[in-house]
Design a protein around this ligand. Structure first.
Ligand SMILES: Cc1cc2nc3c(=O)[nH]c(=O)nc-3n(C[C@H](O)[C@H](O)[C@H](O)COP(=O)(O)O)c2cc1C
Length: 335
């Protein structure tokens, strides 16, 4: 069976695979364009970078591909409005918004004629999303994803979360594409998601672990060595997150430490906004350090299935594997 295509707005990706946005500076032009050139949909990780830099990455991506790609933004980010304006000015194919929700940004995108893609993790959010103008597609992200998590139960799998949230979206009248995300690594995972009614999948860690990803080599080694990842309730956003452990608070950077300056990356930060900066750590510095090559003093986001990936390959090779159908039981028995 060949994978179906995926249309977002008036552009179509040949294959129903979206590469998840990965900040800070993990998913940039090389990765995003490679995914789009292979017939998937790429996503620039737009969080934690200044608007000027985002504009550069957008233009660099456009120079490398005519395929389908967008930008991922986090509503919780301090520069969200400015970054959204850049996406609109640059007329990207779509904008994916997670980590918080408001109707305004989707309205703004709709007025500009740019499709909005909303990331949700609950039936309650599905009801709101279905009634929000400007949401063209929805990603349902489970507790198996890397990074910040939305589900009430942060351990819930895609297989348990997706069906009721999809049903809620449809029940409340949402007719656009619905994408499954979290722990989708192999072709059989994609087939399973499609069988549950998904129109496509969003994949993060498989694309982070490619030659084209802008993660540091040291980060890629951490992912290769990882045996799993844990949910820890430490993110200064107040959200549950998944990262490779162990990390004690002492290992993570604090604003009071030398060389750690507040980039004011979040609208609300438990660390910055706590007197004496005693709670938690600086997430921007922690993620930035890993991307720059020092993951031992930073954070390395990933979901629990990371242990199933044992190589760093090209995006082309990832697509070759994902596009190879899994032999059906009947074919296997006939061999
Ligand atoms: C290193 C890393 C960074 C991520 N950063 C973001 C981000 O900035 N914004 C976002 O919406 N999701 C982010 N995610 C989630 C991914 O976009 C994706 O939806 C999720 O990882 C899917 O699960 P998978 O990694 O098991 O495929 C990140 C994931 C990883 C692994």
């Amino acid at each position: 069976m060949t994978l179906p295509s995926l249309t977002i707005g008036n552009k179509t990706a040949r294959h129903c695979i979206i590469q998840g946005g990965m900040s800070i500076r993990i998913a940039l032009a090389d990765l995003v364009a490679a995914v789009a050139n292979e017939g998937g949909a790429g996503n620039i990780g737009g969080m934690g970078i200044p608007p000027k830099e985002l504009r550069r990455h957008i233009r660099a991506t456009r120079a490398k591909t005519a395929g389908l790609w967008g930008v991922n933004l986090m509503f919780a980010g301090m520069l969200f409005d400015d970054l959204l304006d850049v996406c609109i000015e640059e007329r990207v194919d779509f904008v994916t918004i997670g980590a918080g929700f408001a109707r305004g940004p989707f309205k703004k995108l709709a007025e500009a004629g740019i499709p909005g893609v909303c990331i949700i993790s609950s039936e309650k959010a599905a009801r709101v999303a279905a009634r929000t103008a400007g949401i063209t597609a929805v990603v349902i992200e489970s507790g198996q994803a890397g990074g910040h998590l939305g589900p009430e139960d942060p351990n819930i799998s895609t297989w348990d979360l997706f069906p009721p949230v999809l049903a809620a979206l449809r029940q409340h009248g949402f007719t656009g594409p619905v994408i499954a995300a979290g722990g989708i690594l192999h072709r059989e995972d994609i087939d399973r998601a499609l069988a549950m009614g998904a129109d496509g999948v969003q994949m993060g860690i498989r694309f982070a672990m490619t030659e084209e990803s802008s993660a540091s080599d040291a980060m890629k080694v951490k992912w290769l060595e990882a045996t799993g990842s844990q949910v820890e309730y430490w993110s200064p956003t107040g959200m549950a997150s998944r990262a490779i452990t162990p990390h004690t608070e002492d290992q993570l950077p604090k604003l009071t430490q030398e060389g750690v300056h507040c980039a004011k990356c979040l609208k609300y930060c438990l660390h910055r906004d706590t007197e004496g900066h005693t709670v938690s750590h600086c997430i921007y510095t922690a993620l930035n350090r890993s991307q720059k090559g020092d993951p031992d003093h930073g954070l390395v986001f990933c979901g629990p299935r990371v242990a199933e990936i044992d190589d760093i390959v090209s995006v082309k090779e990832v697509f070759r594997r994902l596009l190879t159908p899994v032999a059906s039981l009947a074919e296997t028995l006939a061999d």
